[in-house]
Design a protein around this ligand. Structure first.
Ligand code: PEP
Length: 257
């Protein structure tokens, strides 16, 4: 059985005192949860401080990006060692905002992914179609391309450690969520694509999160779908109540299985 994973992507939000307050709230609200993996991904600025706060807690730390070179003249970039030193266990790779605003491609996603895996970080690789691509009925082409090229060259063991986040771009930060059926259709497709590359046994072990306006009132239906193994949460991860509620509902659904 795949353990659900709920991750919060804070994007470019929260200065350090605000981040500390939020994490104190999560620690209080979520101390008893063991049925789901919980990850929060603050800004780089807050990683070290939050990493210290999360030591020996049931909440893991993740970063929002990684650069593939180990060190050197790469102004503004952050290496795997730096993320690990701050306490990171996870890293988001290829978020649609990075693809749209910072020129990320499947090639750069693949380099970041291999670097993260080599460093022992758990990657969360984001894939998903834009609205124009969905309307042009290219969803499966685009998502298939993100999966096959983004994960190219991975061994089966590396694939098992990789988490995919299916995030339809039209649902991110828009309040417009994919219906559970729309999301499941793509998750199932992703698992089939993964099975073609890595074999069914490996694909069945890989976790695929849904992301796109996930909230306490839609998580239950989404996570009840057979191929949806958790959520990558943006806006709703910036408040103690909404993120904690999403985690708790996911834990209840998981306990019932
Ligand atoms: C995200 O940033 O990955 C995301 C899914 O954002 P939101 O939940 O705000 O749509």
């Amino acid at each position: 059985m795949r353990k659900p994973i709920i991750a919060g992507n804070w994007k470019m939000n929260k200065v350090i005192p605000e981040a500390i307050e939020l994490v104190n709230g999560f620690k209080r609200a979520l101390a008893d949860i063991s049925e789901v993996d919980i990850v929060i991904c603050p800004t780089y600025m807050a990683l070290s401080e939050i990493g210290d706060m999360l030591t020996e807690s049931n909440i893991a730390l993740g970063a929002q990006n990684i650069f593939w070179e180990p060190k050197g003249a790469y102004t503004g970039e952050i290496s795997a060692d730096m993320l690990k030193d701050a306490g990171c266990e996870y890293v988001i790779i290829g978020h649609s905002e990075r693809r749209a605003y910072f020129g990320e491609t499947n090639e750069t996603v693949n380099k970041r992914l291999k670097c993260a895996l080599a460093a022992g970080l758990t990657p969360i690789v984001c894939v998903g179609e834009r609205l124009d691509e969905r309307e042009a009925e290219k969803t499966f082409d685009v998502v298939g391309d993100h999966v096959t090229n983004g994960l190219a060259g991975l061994s089966n063991d590396e694939a098992k450690k990789t988490i995919i986040a299916y995030e339809p771009v039209w649902a991110i930060g828009t309040g417009r969520t994919a219906t559970p059926q729309q999301a499941e259709e793509v998750h199932k497709f992703i698992r089939e694509e993964l099975a073609k590359i890595f074999g069914k046994d490996t694909a069945d072990l890989m976790r695929i999160q849904y992301g796109g306006s996930v909230k306490p009132d839609n998580i239950k239906e989404l996570i009840s779908e057979p191929d949806i193994d958790g959520a990558l949460v943006g806006g709703a991860s910036l408040k103690v109540d909404s993120f904690s509620e999403i985690v708790k509902i996911s834990a209840q659904c998981s306990a019932k299985q």
